[in-house]
Design a protein around this ligand. Structure first.
Ligand code: 4AD
Ligand code: MG
Length: 478
């Protein structure tokens, strides 16, 4: 019996005159002879040539788009122009039929919107094959980067009792029957009766638990799903997304920025080196899409060029206050995308502002630091000026905010004071404050939204197209 080989291997090796078995899904079947077979290892199909004179006609009829088959034969040099090698099949076995009348994927280009509705089948298309192989490579590179630096991968809880960002955008976790939850004498829901004996929710961030780990291991990172019940129906927001959150003892804000920049460049370089073929495919796809846009809106760089540009240039580093000055002095733009240029110090930047800074003004990734305290989270280190905090956001072209981070407030009194000011449950969060009570030290960290990174690297434009099963408002099918 011959060994099963992956199509990527067959095409990569270029070797001929050996017996092989391949298994995969039929993309097309032409002239009762040529099968384009794909097994998910690469976008390049293997041409399987069927010996139709010696193959049962009943089998030939079952070789339809979408069917799973096993083909055994000899790998030979191809006569056709599209490929160097092909499989001259001596036997074809149908593993699973696919009714061509019902199979939703036709051998033609489908819209991304349509494919979103059949997310469970879209992995079988070239675009999503490439996107999710790149996503995999990036995830692997994340672990490799931190592992090689001696960071500990800390698994922080999915179910928590705290709100790490203090923004109240949480999904409640409960075993109560929503029709009749137990109530207290005052008529309120009695959370003491619930599974955990208290109200709990899905985590919005693993940071607070991550900080407790950093104050023991020195350097940790998390990489897991996080959940936000923010009702933002945009191409950049998901209700369930994956976040990477490194947290480092003895790091100040500058160390933090240096690490973030090194990290982002590392994973992009890793994808370029290990997934070139898929990135080239996605680059060609993007170039095709750009053609349908008016000249003025077309991107100046191709995908690979854009990735290489990020690798070869320092990120711009400026303070929030400097950014506001730039925005104030920028002329309102005729281009509608950047029309809200008048900004007041103290307000949060809108995505138009971020895009103006990154895409029009600096034309490269920007790290903004020292934001007004009032628009950032309670745990950030307060600056001497009494107005700003040691925050840093990294803004990327076409994406906006890709990273949010900060140096943390390590002073117990200042932190407690801030929490009281914001009405946060100081007593319940004793465990977090213990990091400041016992052996407190300067420390910093950041969170990178994994899907926003995948968006940037793949050149896709909607975040729903870079996570296998997107969760967005009014959408949790499958
Ligand atoms: O800026 P955020 O809210 O920061 C935190 O959660 C901190 N605890 C991180 C830390 O310092 N350890 O979120 C961090 C990043 C954002 O920059 C963005 O890339 C991504 O997470 N993000 C989202 N991605 C997709 N959908 C959403 N709804 C997102 N919200 C945040
Ligand atoms: Mg943020």
């Amino acid at each position: 019996m011959s060994q099963r080989v992956k199509i990527k291997q067959v095409l990569h090796d270029d070797a001929v005159q050996y017996t092989a078995t391949v298994k995969g899904w039929v993309r097309t079947f032409r002239s009762n002879r040529f099968i384009a077979l794909n097994d998910g290892s690469t976008n390049n199909n293997l041409q399987v040539v069927v010996d139709f004179e010696n193959t049962d006609p009943a089998i030939l009829k079952r070789i339809t788009t979408g069917a799973a088959i096993s083909a055994t034969g000899t790998i030979v040099a191809s006569q056709g122009s599209g490929q160097k090698v092909e499989l001259q099949a001596t036997s074809i076995e149908i593993l699973g039929d696919s009714d061509p009348e019902k199979y939703p994927l036709q051998p033609k280009k489908h819209s991304l919107e349509f494919l979103r509705e059949i997310a469970h089948l879209r992995f079988r298309t070239n675009t999503f094959g490439a996107v999710f192989r790149v996503r995999h490579t990036l995830a692997y590179a994340v672990h490799k980067f931190f592992n090689d630096k001696g960071f500990v991968y800390l698994h922080t809880p999915i179910i928590t009792a705290s709100d790490a960002e203090g923004a109240g955008e949480m999904f409640r976790v409960t075993t109560f029957d929503p029709q009749k939850p137990p109530v207290t004498e005052e008529g309120k829901v009695d959370w003491k009766e619930d599974f955990f004996g208290r109200a709990t929710n899905l985590t919005v961030s693993g940071q607070l638990e991550g900080e407790t780990g950093a104050m023991a291991f020195g350097e940790i990172y998390t990489f897991g799903p996080t959940f936000r019940a923010e009702n933002s129906n945009t191409a950049r927001h998901l209700a369930e997304f994956w976040m990477i959150e490194p947290e480092m003892a003895f790091y100040n804000l500058e160390d933090n920025m240096n690490l973030a920049e090194e990290f982002i460049k590392y994973v992009i370089r890793y994808a370029l080196e290990h997934n070139r073929e898929d990135l080239e495919f996605l680059g060609a796809r993007l170039a095709e899409e750009e053609k349908s846009k008016p000249q003025a809106e077309r991107s100046e760089m191709g995908l690979i060029e854009k990735l290489e540009f990020v690798l070869n240039n320092d990120f711009m580093r400026i303070t929030y206050t400097e950014a506001i000055d730039i925005l104030k002095n920028s002329k309102p733009n005729k281009n509608k995308k950047f029309q809200y240029m008048v900004e007041e110090w103290g307000t949060d930047l809108q995505s138009e502002h971020e895009r103006y800074l990154v895409e029009k003004h600096f034309k490269k990734p920007v790290i903004l630091t020292d934001y007004p305290a009032a628009i950032k989270s309670f745990y950030m280190k307060q600056n001497e000026d009494g107005k700003t905090v040691r925050a840093m956001d990294i803004l990327f072209p076409g994406i906006g905010e890709i990273v949010g981070g900060s140096q943390r407030e390590e002073n117990l009194d200042k932190l407690v004071h801030k929490m009281e000011e914001l009405g946060l449950p100081v007593e319940e969060m004793y465990w977090y404050l213990d990091t400041r009570r016992f052996g407190s030290a300067e420390h910093s960290g950041f969170g990178l939204g994994f899907e926003r990174l995948v968006l940037f690297v793949t050149g896709m434009t909607n975040i729903r197209d870079v996570i296998p099963f997107p969760r967005t408002p009014k959408n949790a099918e499958f």
